[in-house]
Design a protein around this ligand. Sequence first.
Ligand SMILES: NC(=O)c1ccc[n+]([C@@H]2O[C@H](COP(=O)([O-])OP(=O)(O)OC[C@H]3O[C@@H](n4cnc5c(N)ncnc54)[C@H](O)[C@@H]3O)[C@@H](O)[C@H]2O)c1
Length: 444
Amino acid sequence: MRISVVGLGKLGSPLAAVFAAKGFHVIGTDLNPAAVAAINAGRAPVDEPGLQDLITASAGRLSASDDAVSIVSDSDATFIIVPTPSDSTGKFSNDYALKAMATVGQGIRRKDGYHLVVMTSTVMPGSTGGELREALERHSGRTLGPSLGLCYNPEFIALGSVVRDMLRPDMILIGESDTNAGDRLESIYRQSCDNTPAFRRMNFVNAELTKISVNTFVTTKISYANMLADICDRLPGADVDVVTHAVGADSRVGVKYLRGATGYGGPCFPRDNVAFAALARTIGANPELAEATDRVNRYQIERVLGAIQARMQEHGTIGILGLSYKPDTAVVEESQGVAVAERLLADGHTVVAYDPKALTAAQTQLRGRLKEAETAEACARAADLVLVMTAWPAFRTVAAAAFERPGRRMTVIDCWRILPADVRDVADVVYIGQGGSVPIASLV
Ligand SMILES: NC(=O)c1ccc[n+]([C@@H]2O[C@H](COP(=O)([O-])OP(=O)(O)OC[C@H]3O[C@@H](n4cnc5c(N)ncnc54)[C@H](O)[C@@H]3O)[C@@H](O)[C@H]2O)c1
């Protein structure tokens, strides 16, 4: 089977490489010539752990072209993975997807035989069976049925573990135009996955709703854990890790993502949550839970700033460890570390920062106003107060000596409770989610 992939970005290039590594002949395309050139040179177009190894292992089966129409007509199945940016109402725009669909349709018009089109980009419920289907049928000159199949098949991956998540997914979600289209897509994944995932096959609208529901459920869980951490901050003797560890042991709850710390960020969680609320509002359903999840998430920025203000009344230099929205990625979209840095800079503080991958991207967002440190220790040494915003594994072994100050103890606010224990020997470490400031007598 020959597979074409339209869009070789953060998701498209790993997907193309996974299929090629598993024996499919894959040809990709992208409007960005650098992505096409990278694939043809055997280089990963994006920085993602494991991607380069897969591309190297796929030599001879993976290539790219700027002729999008031809790659479609020369293949049996096409995956579309282009951006679907949020519009001013919070819904996802189909503009890129519709343009891609037009090109794909032209490619199908040129060929004989069955073709399967797979929409992988996240879209609003109603899109696949509505304007995307209409565009595909119009441009290909075919109707969905014996010679043309359409599936909605979003990925459930996290940046930093995209390759692993694609090779070992919990679930493959397929919205299908008919059983034949779904069977063909399922057989691709049975060949490309290292595990045997659950397959959930359904109509388009159920699949579209499932995709944003999964992410919205997880964001609700994160905001719930952060609400618990806020309570633990104030409750003498309370420790959010002890509570979430026990709450998560209940199989109805589970421990994953139940970790009180900073708010969620990145290119998916915040906007999927907002889109879910926008969908509910548009159709007259109650959006309150999704809206509250978003409000609680934004409140985490205020919580961190409040913790700083309580301990630092004068302007000074604040060291931030971690600016990416999560570890193992350079992405800073909707990063709470960057949001906190922005507010501290606006308040007149100096901000010195260290991040293993995201400093350049953060500097771009913050218009070059950060002082850059080359190591976590250098960041700590340059600061009056240190804040840990991202749970990079490297922060677990940072040298305690970097926090030592002659004749006094500096304050360290560790939102992820990951710094080594010996930092407490030389500095006052505030663990977010461990309380508390409210006198016990006022509680009962
Ligand atoms: N990044 C994530 O964590 C993630 C997770 C789940 C779902 N998604 C969804 O996947 C989709 C893609 O996300 P991404 O992170 O890979 O985006 P991205 O911006 O990294 O990549 C998209 C690529 O598509 C290319 N492109 C746009 N229009 C094109 C066209 N007509 N023909 C060829 N190439 C075209 C762009 O040049 C870009 O390289 C979005 O809908 C996103 O919501 C992303």
